[in-house]
Design a protein around this ligand. Structure first.
Ligand code: FES
Length: 281
Protein backbone atom coordinates (compact mmCIF):
# COMPACT_ATOMS: atom_id res chain seq x y z
CA UNK A 1 0.00 0.00 0.00
CA UNK A 2 1.56 3.29 -0.95
CA UNK A 3 1.79 6.19 1.41
CA UNK A 4 1.47 9.25 -0.70
CA UNK A 5 2.27 12.64 0.69
CA UNK A 6 0.93 16.10 0.10
CA UNK A 7 1.32 17.62 -3.36
CA UNK A 8 4.86 18.40 -4.35
CA UNK A 9 6.20 21.91 -4.56
CA UNK A 10 5.98 21.76 -8.31
CA UNK A 11 2.29 20.98 -7.95
CA UNK A 12 1.79 24.10 -5.87
CA UNK A 13 3.64 26.28 -8.33
CA UNK A 14 1.50 24.92 -11.09
CA UNK A 15 -1.49 25.91 -9.05
CA UNK A 16 -0.38 29.50 -8.62
CA UNK A 17 0.22 29.83 -12.33
CA UNK A 18 -3.22 28.44 -12.88
CA UNK A 19 -4.77 31.13 -10.72
CA UNK A 20 -3.08 33.97 -12.55
CA UNK A 21 -3.76 32.57 -15.98
CA UNK A 22 -7.32 31.70 -15.17
CA UNK A 23 -8.27 35.19 -14.02
CA UNK A 24 -7.88 36.48 -17.56
CA UNK A 25 -9.58 33.45 -19.03
CA UNK A 26 -12.45 33.68 -16.60
CA UNK A 27 -13.25 37.18 -17.80
CA UNK A 28 -13.46 35.91 -21.32
CA UNK A 29 -15.36 32.83 -20.31
CA UNK A 30 -18.08 34.45 -18.25
CA UNK A 31 -18.68 37.31 -20.66
CA UNK A 32 -18.59 34.99 -23.62
CA UNK A 33 -21.00 32.58 -22.04
CA UNK A 34 -23.61 35.18 -21.33
CA UNK A 35 -23.36 36.79 -24.74
CA UNK A 36 -23.33 33.68 -26.95
CA UNK A 37 -25.75 34.22 -29.76
CA UNK A 38 -26.35 31.24 -31.98
CA UNK A 39 -27.25 33.51 -34.89
CA UNK A 40 -24.00 35.47 -34.86
CA UNK A 41 -21.33 33.12 -33.58
CA UNK A 42 -18.56 32.37 -36.08
CA UNK A 43 -19.15 29.53 -38.49
CA UNK A 44 -17.40 26.34 -37.44
CA UNK A 45 -17.19 27.23 -33.76
CA UNK A 46 -20.10 25.30 -32.31
CA UNK A 47 -21.11 26.19 -28.76
CA UNK A 48 -24.41 27.25 -27.22
CA UNK A 49 -26.68 25.38 -24.80
CA UNK A 50 -25.14 21.96 -24.28
CA UNK A 51 -26.41 19.13 -22.09
CA UNK A 52 -23.53 17.27 -20.43
CA UNK A 53 -22.73 14.85 -17.62
CA UNK A 54 -20.24 16.03 -15.04
CA UNK A 55 -18.86 15.16 -11.65
CA UNK A 56 -21.14 16.89 -9.17
CA UNK A 57 -20.28 20.28 -7.69
CA UNK A 58 -20.96 19.88 -3.95
CA UNK A 59 -19.91 23.26 -2.56
CA UNK A 60 -18.25 26.62 -3.15
CA UNK A 61 -18.78 29.12 -5.94
CA UNK A 62 -18.41 26.79 -8.95
CA UNK A 63 -21.61 26.95 -11.01
CA UNK A 64 -21.68 23.33 -12.21
CA UNK A 65 -19.82 20.06 -12.43
CA UNK A 66 -16.72 19.25 -14.47
CA UNK A 67 -17.39 17.10 -17.56
CA UNK A 68 -16.69 13.39 -17.62
CA UNK A 69 -14.74 11.82 -20.46
CA UNK A 70 -16.18 8.40 -21.37
CA UNK A 71 -13.57 5.64 -21.34
CA UNK A 72 -12.73 2.57 -23.37
CA UNK A 73 -10.05 -0.10 -23.06
CA UNK A 74 -7.85 -1.18 -25.96
CA UNK A 75 -6.66 -4.73 -26.62
CA UNK A 76 -3.42 -4.15 -24.71
CA UNK A 77 -5.06 -2.82 -21.54
CA UNK A 78 -4.50 0.88 -22.18
CA UNK A 79 -7.23 3.35 -21.26
CA UNK A 80 -8.48 5.69 -23.94
CA UNK A 81 -11.00 8.51 -23.97
CA UNK A 82 -13.93 8.20 -26.35
CA UNK A 83 -13.86 10.81 -29.11
CA UNK A 84 -16.74 10.54 -31.57
CA UNK A 85 -16.31 10.84 -35.32
CA UNK A 86 -16.31 14.49 -36.41
CA UNK A 87 -19.19 15.59 -38.59
CA UNK A 88 -20.46 18.82 -40.09
CA UNK A 89 -23.96 19.75 -38.96
CA UNK A 90 -26.33 22.60 -39.67
CA UNK A 91 -28.45 23.70 -36.73
CA UNK A 92 -30.31 26.95 -36.08
CA UNK A 93 -28.96 28.33 -39.36
CA UNK A 94 -25.36 27.57 -38.38
CA UNK A 95 -23.04 25.10 -40.07
CA UNK A 96 -20.27 23.82 -37.86
CA UNK A 97 -18.15 20.78 -37.02
CA UNK A 98 -18.82 18.68 -33.96
CA UNK A 99 -17.77 15.28 -32.63
CA UNK A 100 -20.99 13.94 -31.18
CA UNK A 101 -22.59 10.60 -30.36
CA UNK A 102 -25.24 9.00 -28.17
CA UNK A 103 -23.62 7.21 -25.25
CA UNK A 104 -25.08 5.82 -22.03
CA UNK A 105 -28.43 7.50 -22.63
CA UNK A 106 -26.79 10.93 -23.12
CA UNK A 107 -25.58 13.06 -26.01
CA UNK A 108 -21.80 13.18 -25.61
CA UNK A 109 -19.94 15.79 -27.65
CA UNK A 110 -16.73 17.75 -28.04
CA UNK A 111 -18.68 20.81 -26.90
CA UNK A 112 -18.62 19.48 -23.32
CA UNK A 113 -15.04 20.79 -23.09
CA UNK A 114 -15.59 24.26 -24.61
CA UNK A 115 -15.16 26.45 -21.53
CA UNK A 116 -12.43 28.19 -19.57
CA UNK A 117 -10.33 28.84 -22.66
CA UNK A 118 -10.22 25.13 -23.50
CA UNK A 119 -12.43 25.89 -26.51
CA UNK A 120 -9.16 27.21 -28.01
CA UNK A 121 -7.22 24.00 -27.39
CA UNK A 122 -6.27 22.15 -30.54
CA UNK A 123 -7.42 18.86 -28.99
CA UNK A 124 -10.99 20.14 -28.69
CA UNK A 125 -11.23 20.59 -32.45
CA UNK A 126 -13.67 17.85 -33.52
CA UNK A 127 -11.39 16.56 -36.27
CA UNK A 128 -8.07 16.97 -34.39
CA UNK A 129 -5.84 13.99 -35.07
CA UNK A 130 -5.10 12.67 -31.56
CA UNK A 131 -4.80 9.12 -30.27
CA UNK A 132 -7.04 9.67 -27.20
CA UNK A 133 -4.69 7.90 -24.77
CA UNK A 134 -4.05 9.47 -21.37
CA UNK A 135 -0.47 10.51 -20.71
CA UNK A 136 1.12 10.85 -17.30
CA UNK A 137 2.04 14.41 -16.24
CA UNK A 138 5.63 15.31 -15.36
CA UNK A 139 5.17 16.13 -11.65
CA UNK A 140 2.20 14.17 -10.33
CA UNK A 141 0.79 14.81 -6.85
CA UNK A 142 0.75 11.09 -6.07
CA UNK A 143 3.83 9.12 -5.05
CA UNK A 144 2.71 5.94 -6.77
CA UNK A 145 2.52 7.76 -10.08
CA UNK A 146 5.84 9.56 -9.65
CA UNK A 147 7.51 6.22 -8.89
CA UNK A 148 5.95 4.12 -11.64
CA UNK A 149 5.44 6.51 -14.55
CA UNK A 150 7.43 9.06 -16.51
CA UNK A 151 6.00 12.09 -18.25
CA UNK A 152 4.16 11.04 -21.37
CA UNK A 153 3.66 7.37 -20.37
CA UNK A 154 0.23 6.04 -21.23
CA UNK A 155 -2.07 4.91 -18.45
CA UNK A 156 -3.18 1.28 -18.34
CA UNK A 157 -5.95 -0.27 -16.30
CA UNK A 158 -3.44 -2.35 -14.33
CA UNK A 159 -1.79 0.82 -13.01
CA UNK A 160 -4.88 1.01 -10.79
CA UNK A 161 -4.79 -2.63 -9.65
CA UNK A 162 -4.62 -1.81 -5.93
CA UNK A 163 -7.51 0.65 -6.12
CA UNK A 164 -9.48 -1.12 -3.40
CA UNK A 165 -6.81 -0.41 -0.79
CA UNK A 166 -4.81 2.57 -2.11
CA UNK A 167 -4.61 5.63 0.07
CA UNK A 168 -2.44 8.58 0.95
CA UNK A 169 -2.33 10.93 3.93
CA UNK A 170 -5.51 12.71 2.85
CA UNK A 171 -8.89 11.18 3.65
CA UNK A 172 -9.64 7.45 3.79
CA UNK A 173 -7.98 4.49 2.12
CA UNK A 174 -9.84 2.46 -0.48
CA UNK A 175 -11.95 5.35 -1.78
CA UNK A 176 -10.41 5.42 -5.23
CA UNK A 177 -6.97 5.51 -6.83
CA UNK A 178 -6.15 8.54 -9.02
CA UNK A 179 -3.72 9.54 -11.74
CA UNK A 180 -3.01 12.97 -13.19
CA UNK A 181 -2.80 13.00 -16.96
CA UNK A 182 -3.17 15.05 -20.11
CA UNK A 183 -5.42 14.10 -22.99
CA UNK A 184 -5.57 15.10 -26.67
CA UNK A 185 -2.74 17.51 -25.90
CA UNK A 186 0.28 15.84 -27.49
CA UNK A 187 2.32 18.33 -29.48
CA UNK A 188 -0.24 21.09 -29.03
CA UNK A 189 -0.40 24.39 -27.16
CA UNK A 190 -3.64 23.96 -25.23
CA UNK A 191 -3.31 21.28 -22.54
CA UNK A 192 -6.36 19.36 -21.36
CA UNK A 193 -5.66 18.23 -17.76
CA UNK A 194 -7.57 15.06 -16.98
CA UNK A 195 -7.84 13.04 -13.78
CA UNK A 196 -8.48 9.29 -13.86
CA UNK A 197 -9.88 7.52 -10.78
CA UNK A 198 -10.68 3.84 -10.29
CA UNK A 199 -13.13 3.18 -7.45
CA UNK A 200 -15.48 0.56 -6.06
CA UNK A 201 -18.10 3.31 -5.84
CA UNK A 202 -18.20 3.58 -9.61
CA UNK A 203 -18.40 -0.20 -10.05
CA UNK A 204 -21.38 -0.31 -7.72
CA UNK A 205 -23.18 2.54 -9.45
CA UNK A 206 -22.57 1.08 -12.89
CA UNK A 207 -24.61 -1.93 -11.75
CA UNK A 208 -27.46 -0.05 -10.10
CA UNK A 209 -29.55 0.64 -13.21
CA UNK A 210 -31.46 3.81 -13.99
CA UNK A 211 -29.96 6.92 -15.55
CA UNK A 212 -26.85 6.81 -13.35
CA UNK A 213 -26.22 3.11 -13.97
CA UNK A 214 -26.72 3.48 -17.69
CA UNK A 215 -24.26 6.35 -17.83
CA UNK A 216 -21.53 4.67 -15.79
CA UNK A 217 -21.85 1.32 -17.51
CA UNK A 218 -21.23 3.09 -20.83
CA UNK A 219 -18.69 5.72 -19.71
CA UNK A 220 -16.54 3.85 -17.18
CA UNK A 221 -14.16 0.88 -17.50
CA UNK A 222 -14.17 -1.54 -14.54
CA UNK A 223 -14.79 1.25 -12.05
CA UNK A 224 -12.49 3.76 -13.76
CA UNK A 225 -13.67 7.22 -14.74
CA UNK A 226 -12.06 10.32 -16.24
CA UNK A 227 -13.01 13.99 -16.10
CA UNK A 228 -11.63 17.27 -17.42
CA UNK A 229 -9.96 18.74 -14.34
CA UNK A 230 -10.72 22.42 -14.97
CA UNK A 231 -12.79 24.15 -12.27
CA UNK A 232 -15.97 25.65 -13.69
CA UNK A 233 -15.62 28.69 -11.43
CA UNK A 234 -12.46 30.54 -12.51
CA UNK A 235 -10.71 27.71 -14.35
CA UNK A 236 -8.12 26.55 -11.79
CA UNK A 237 -6.91 22.95 -11.71
CA UNK A 238 -8.37 21.30 -8.58
CA UNK A 239 -7.06 18.20 -6.79
CA UNK A 240 -8.50 14.86 -5.73
CA UNK A 241 -7.25 13.77 -2.28
CA UNK A 242 -4.26 16.05 -2.56
CA UNK A 243 -4.80 19.03 -0.25
CA UNK A 244 -4.38 19.19 3.55
CA UNK A 245 -6.99 21.96 3.49
CA UNK A 246 -9.68 19.76 1.95
CA UNK A 247 -10.98 18.24 5.25
CA UNK A 248 -12.16 21.70 6.34
CA UNK A 249 -14.55 21.57 3.42
CA UNK A 250 -15.53 17.89 3.79
CA UNK A 251 -13.66 17.18 0.58
CA UNK A 252 -10.83 14.94 1.82
CA UNK A 253 -12.29 12.01 -0.14
CA UNK A 254 -13.34 14.13 -3.08
CA UNK A 255 -12.14 17.05 -5.15
CA UNK A 256 -11.13 20.39 -3.73
CA UNK A 257 -10.23 23.58 -5.60
CA UNK A 258 -7.71 25.61 -3.64
CA UNK A 259 -8.52 28.84 -5.47
CA UNK A 260 -11.92 29.56 -3.91
CA UNK A 261 -12.82 26.33 -2.09
CA UNK A 262 -15.19 24.73 -4.56
CA UNK A 263 -15.71 21.01 -3.96
CA UNK A 264 -16.80 18.19 -6.25
CA UNK A 265 -17.81 14.55 -5.85
CA UNK A 266 -16.23 12.46 -8.63
CA UNK A 267 -18.46 9.47 -7.80
CA UNK A 268 -21.77 11.24 -8.34
CA UNK A 269 -22.83 12.25 -11.85
CA UNK A 270 -24.86 15.38 -12.44
CA UNK A 271 -26.89 15.81 -15.61
CA UNK A 272 -26.78 19.49 -16.50
CA UNK A 273 -26.82 22.03 -19.33
CA UNK A 274 -24.34 24.87 -19.80
CA UNK A 275 -23.50 27.42 -22.47
CA UNK A 276 -20.52 26.03 -24.38
CA UNK A 277 -18.26 28.74 -25.79
CA UNK A 278 -17.66 28.80 -29.55
CA UNK A 279 -14.27 27.70 -30.78
CA UNK A 280 -12.26 30.48 -32.45
CA UNK A 281 -12.13 28.60 -35.76
S1 FES B 1 -11.45 28.49 -9.60
FE1 FES B 1 -12.63 29.33 -8.02
S2 FES B 1 -13.18 27.63 -6.86
FE2 FES B 1 -12.07 26.76 -8.47
Amino acid sequence: MSEDKYPSESGRRRFVKGVVGSAALAGVGVGGASSVNLATQPTGGGGGPTPFVGITNTGGPAPRGMPYIPLELDDEGYLRGVWPEAETVTEAGQTYDVARTELGGQTYSSEWFQYCGRQQAAGVQPAADQDNYFQSVGSPSYNWQAEELSEGDRLRLDHFEDYETWGNEIGDEGVGKPAETTWRSQGTEGVLPVTLIRSKRIEEKANQGGEVGEWYSAASVQGTIAYLNVCTHFCCVPGYKDSPDSPQYNAENGIYCQCHQSTYDPFEPSFETFIALPRPD
